[in-house]
Design a protein around this ligand. Structure first.
Ligand code: HEC
Length: 101
């Protein structure tokens, strides 16, 4: 219950700060539970943005990366990745490709 409150509060913070539409999307899909701007459980956003920067300007890159994220690797299955819809995964990957700001 305590966690739920903390999460709701965090979610509200993101919603009020509506300048970053896709950060909200990441937040509402639970991405912030493991990824942040500094080292956390998952790789931090700036690191991911750096890794995916090479796809900038490639029309279908976000969709392909989104599918990959949903499938996961053989040893790395993250539930929060797998439960994304194809459209949301694409949108989030586009956000990361564009710098995860
Ligand atoms: C339960 C913790 C957790 C949550 C929640 C989570 N991730 Fe991850 N994510 C990880 C871990 C751990 C890795 C590194 C291992 C891997 O690559 O699968 C990772 C890796 C990634 C990668 C790099 C994949 C690659 O191989 O290049 C991307 C992109 C990513 N996450 C995006 C997201 C997005 C978007 C969300 C929200 C829908 C999200 N993650 C939610 C733990 C999480």
């Amino acid at each position: 219950m305590k966690n739920l409150c903390a999460f709701t509060f965090a979610a509200l913070l993101f919603i009020t700060n509506s300048a970053n539409a896709n950060r909200e999307l990441a937040s509402s899909n639970g991405c912030m539970g493991c990824h942040a701007d500094t080292k956390f459980d998952g790789p931090p956003w700036p690191e991911l943005a750096g890794k995916y920067k090479k796809f900038q300007g490639q029309a279908d890159a976000a969709q392909i990366a989104g599918e990959k994220l949903r499938k996961g690797g053989f040893f790395k299955k993250v539930k929060a990745h797998q439960k994304l819809s194809p459209a949301t995964a694409t949108e989030l990957m586009q956000w990361i490709i564009d710098g995860a700001n």
